[in-house]
Every structure is written in structure tokens, then in C-alpha cells.
Write a protein that binds this ligand. Structure first.
Ligand code: 5GP
Ligand code: MN
Length: 325
């Protein structure tokens, strides 16, 4: 049921043992929102645990506060009177953490994806928020004083979901809130270094292989490339190493929509869609069973061969470009 943020905050304050869950294959905003909300609840005097189905990419672990997040097997067996799902537009996004709900809907969901249709007892989704961490920051204002550790944790989600303050969602509100966090002692440099400068030599070799696959269609407005299971194996990389690759495709001058296909494990293809200014890729992703935002969306497809996913998605994106231009 859709709720106001005040209703969500009232419900949170009634919790005694809260489990905060983020989406599988976590990004900076999921990590920031889970660890940030757990830190807020702890400071307020409520016991809380953070949980994400997949291991965090290793480079986030250097950031203080992320140790508040564990995997479902670590918290299973604990009893929770309140479950909260953050940064996830539907229940399937939390993957293996669903066991923690025991078949019940989550008590609270907090999100900013426009494709979210509400799946909790109380749902708050503001698609005008650049990051779920912006909403968590709003919650912190109503519950606890902001301190350096909390500010650092929340800056992570705001920085990563705005592409380090360069996407269209990096508005005055974002910059004002980020400035406030920095004033509280948060630092951007360790976040930028962890997220943007962690590539290994094998990851760079994989990026080189991706560049070799790039194809351009629709007079340069559509560019796509893929990372196959074989390419991961041959370079000694995992799908986690492909974070940020789709942005390299979007960097092409005339591109409106960039698409990255990552096959992992065999038979499963994750599709990342990014647009620059006018194509709503969340609609394309939603039609394929995924979701996201107007300028960044994704979906996962089950196929026999990678090429099937490529053909299907490229056709859908090409049509969306033709319809929007
Ligand atoms: P990415 O391409 O980085 O995986 O995801 C881009 C955006 O699309 C993120 O906001 C993410 O939450 C959303 N997204 C990615 N994959 C899926 C998916 O399979 N389902 C849904 N609902 N959203 C997705
Ligand atoms: Mn987000």
C-alpha cells in the first residue's frame, strides 16, 4: 500500500528487530541504503541487521560501515518483527534474501524506480529521488543527528546513482544534500577511488575484448556490445568485473542508447540499458521483465544462446529509438 514517508518513519520506530534487505548484484545505492538505514536504526536504539543475497563486490568492503551487510545464511534463524526492502522495484530483485520474509510481504519498501508498482505492506517510492540513499537521508533527519560515519555511508549511494554527479538526475537538491554530507565529514575521494579505480589488469583486458564486439545501429544512436561466458573465463573475470562497462559504450559521441549484454552463468544474460537524453529505457526493460529508470535500466533473460538475447533486445531498442525521434 502506498504510504507517506512520515507513515514509513512511524512504522520504523515501532520496530524492535529490523531486517533491511537490498537487491542482489548490489550497486553503490543498494549498499549505501541498507548500511545507512541499519546505522540509523542502531543509533535510534533499534536492533537491525542488513542483508543482501550476493556478496558485495570486494572494492566496496574498504568503505567503513559496509560490514553491517551480511548474506541471508548469516541472519537466517534470527527473528525480525519488521522487514524493509530498499532500492528494489520488485520482490524478485532481492534474489535469495526472499527466504527472510517467510512468505509474507515486506513490512516496508523504500525505492526510487519508476517501474515500482508497490509490493509491501507500506510502500514509499519517489521516482524523483536521484537515489534511494536520498530517501534514507530524509529518514535520518527525522530520527537521529547526522554524524560522519552515517554521512559517509549515504554519500556512497548519492554519488554512485548520479554517476558521480554527472547524470541528468544530479540536480540542485542532490548537490545541496551532498554538500551537507561533506560538511558533516563525508569524503568523496575514498568512494571515487573504491568505485572507479579498482579495475585489475584482467578487467581492462576484458574491456578491450568488449570494445571488439561493439556494433552500431540506427545511424549511430544505438550501440551495443557483449561479454560472453567464454570471454569471462578466458580473461579470468567474473560478471562483477563488468560494472561500469556500459558507460564506456555510452561514451560514444552520437549514441542515444547503449546496451551491454553479460552472459553469466551460461544461459542467463543480464542486459544493461543506458540512454542519454530522450529514450525511456525503463519502458524497454519493463517490457522484457526488468525495470529501472528512464536513463538506466536492466533486465535478465534466459536464453540458449547469447545472440538470441542480443537480437531480441536490439530490435526492441531500435524500435524505441524510432518511436521517440
Ligand atoms: P544495471 O544495468 O546497472 O544492472 O541496472 C540499471 C538500473 O536498472 C538499476 O537501477 C537497476 O536497479 C535496474 N535493473 C537492472 N536489472 C534489473 C532487473 O532485472 N529488474 C529490474 N526490475 N530492474 C533492474
Ligand atoms: Mn538506486
Amino acid at each position: 500500500m502506498w504510504a507517506t514517508l512520515d507513515q514509513v518513519i512511524d512504522r520504523l520506530k515501532q520496530g524492535r528487530n529490523v531486517c533491511v534487505i537490498g537487491h542482489a548484484k548490489p550497486d553503490g545505492d543498494a549498499i549505501s541504503s541498507v548500511a545507512g538505514l541499519v546505522a540509523i536504526l542502531e543509533r535510534y536504539g533499534i536492533a537491525a541487521a542488513g542483508c543482501i543475497a550476493d556478496q558485495l563486490p570486494w572494492y566496496y568492503r574498504s568503505l567503513p560501515g559496509t560490514e553491517r551487510i551480511s548474506t541471508p545464511d548469516k541472519v537466517r534463524g534470527q527473528s525480525f518483527d519488521t522487514t524493509v526492502i530498499v532500492d528494489s522495484s520488485d520482490l524478485s530483485r532481492i534474489g535469495g534474501a526472499e527466504v527472510l520474509l517467510g512468505g509474507a510481504p515486506p513490512d516496508i519498501t523504500l525505492d526510487h524506480h519508476r517501474t515500482n508498482e508497490g509490493f509491501g505492506k507500506l510502500d514509499y517510492c519517489d521516482s524523483g529521488s536521484a537515489a534511494t540513499a536520498m530517501i534514507v537521508l530524509e529518514i535520518s533527519r527525522a530520527m537521529v543527528p547526522l554524524d560522519e560515519e552515517l554521512a559517509q555511508l549515504l554519500l556512497l549511494g548519492i554519488a554512485t546513482d548520479t554517476g558521480f554527479f554527472k547524470f541528468a538526475n544530479a540536480d540542485a537538491e542532490v548537490l545541496a544534500r551532498a554538500a551537507e554530507l561533506v560538511q558533516q565529514g563525508a569524503r568523496l575521494q575514498p568512494i571515487a577511488s573504491a568505485v572507479l579505480e579498482h579495475r585489475s589488469l584482467s578487467t581492462l583486458k576484458l574491456l578491450g575484448r568488449l570494445f571488439d564486439t561493439i556494433q552500431v545501429r540506427e545511424e549511430g544512436k544505438l550501440a551495443y556490445g557483449w561479454v560472453s561466458e567464454g570471454m569471462l573465463r578466458e580473461t579470468g573475470c567474473t560478471d562483477q568485473d563488468t560494472e561500469g562497462f556500459v558507460g564506456e559504450i555510452r561514451a560514444l559521441h552520437e549514441v542515444e542508447v547503449a546496451v551491454l549484454f553479460v552472459e553469466s552463468p551460461p544461459g542467463e544474460v543480464h542486459v544493461s540499458l543506458r540512454s542519454k537524453s530522450y529514450v525511456d529505457v525503463s519502458e524497454v526493460a519493463a517490457a522484457l521483465g526488468g525495470g529501472g529508470h528512464a536513463r538506466a535500466a536492466g533486465c535478465s533473460l534466459h536464453v540458449e544462446r547469447l545472440q538470441e538475447a542480443v537480437d531480441q533486445v536490439v530490435a526492441a531498442v531500435a524500435q524505441a529509438i524510432r518511436e521517440s525521434s
